[in-house]
Design a binder for this molecule. Structure first.
Ligand code: SF4
Ligand code: SF4
Length: 104
């Protein structure tokens, strides 16, 4: 019954991806579930992770080190696949933590 109501919510079909993502909820753990090998990232020229992450969580800090903000992670695993150098150690957040999707 709930699924049916969600399906017919007014305007739901017209929502942009960014709008749908904006109403997702996150319960963040204290510890990250994404680790980077800085030695590997330091030699990387392509920075695939920055372009691959749909949530724009990867960036360079003031020391030019690659960092990832795990708090907004959509748990898609794309960064782990996109990083062909094996720098990304990724696992799902612990039980009860992470993203709760509303509209996908
Ligand atoms: S995570 Fe992978 S793609 Fe991103 S900077 Fe490091 S080595 Fe490069
Ligand atoms: S799992 Fe997806 S959303 Fe999370 S950091 Fe990697 S690419 Fe970004």
């Amino acid at each position: 019954m709930i699924r049916t109501l969600w399906f017919f919510l007014p305007g739901e079909g017209k929502m942009k991806i960014t709008e749908k993502l904006a109403i997702d909820a996150f319960k963040n753990d204290k510890e990250t579930h994404i680790l980077l090998d800085q030695k590997v990232c330091h030699t990387c020229k392509e920075r695939f992770c920055i372009y691959a992450c749909p949530a724009n969580l990867y960036s360079l800090n003031e020391k030019e080190e690659m960092v990832v903000e795990f708090a907004g992670c959509l748990e898609c695993g794309t960064c782990m696949i996109a990083c062909i150098y094996g720098s990304v150690q990724w696992k799902y957040p612990r039980s009860e933590f992470g993203v709760q999707y509303r509209f996908g």
